[in-house]
Ligand binder design. Sequence first.
Ligand code: UDP
Ligand code: MN
Length: 273
Amino acid sequence: MSEAFVTLVTNDGYALGALVLAKSLRDVNTTRKIAVLITNEVSEPTRNRLREAFDVVSLVNELNTHDAANLALLGRPELGVTLTKIYAWKLTQFTKCVFLDADTLVVQNVDELFDRPEIAAAPDVGWPDCFNSGVFVFVPSAATFEKLAEHAVSTGSFDGGDQGLLNTFFDYWPTAGPEHRLSFLYNMNANQSYSYKPAFQKYGHLVKIIHFIGQFKPWHWARTSSGRVYAQTQEAPTHSEFHVQQWWNVFDRHYSTSAPPVSLAALPIGFSG
Ligand code: UDP
Ligand code: MN
């Protein structure tokens, strides 16, 4: 029986997130494998860094024309990144997986998540009857992959991202049993601690996974020569400095800023799905 954490990287910017995520999982001594799905856009030097940090680096092929669902999907380029996430279901060498967005950081061991069934996830803070698709437990299966692809063609995604697609596919989630519902501690929106600071003060030490939702990711923050983070953007920073600093602390423990694992200057501002 083999189980794995899985993330996704379609460009070099998110690769930095994935590298830090992988290191954070090692830091908390996970006993499970760590896998990353990549696409063609990821550069060769970056692939090498990913190969060092992950047990499995799986190149996800462009949509193939082997079946009707995929053929129809070829006409739906807007579903691109969304669809790439569903390729995680093709990792059938594993019996169970936990998907983690590349913008998450694991701060305590979460191996107990493998005791949960498909689909297990935490409520989205914006619409708690939907689950947030940044952290979820799933069971790889070629049949489920095909059904997800068909669902993408027939129903599409109501938010244009993977979360809209997965929530209508696993539409039983809001009323499913408690084993399907993950605590907020497994997907703590780093923005949220601002808006409910007293709760963060009471429960913050219990957080296991931090999720940096939104356009500006920890790797977009600037740092002083002493390593302290500061928001470089014109807009108000979306994440708490405390959590962004935690992300950079993991980075510093494993990577030297003088030789960053991917070119920091070239990092694109990510999309917000
Ligand atoms: N992702 C990617 N390339 C992109 C956009 C997204 O590889 O250009 C992957 C990455 O794993 C990311 C996830 O898809 O964490 C979901 O996107 P994001 O985390 O930006 O969405 P948010 O959590 O902000 O809604
Ligand atoms: Mn995310």
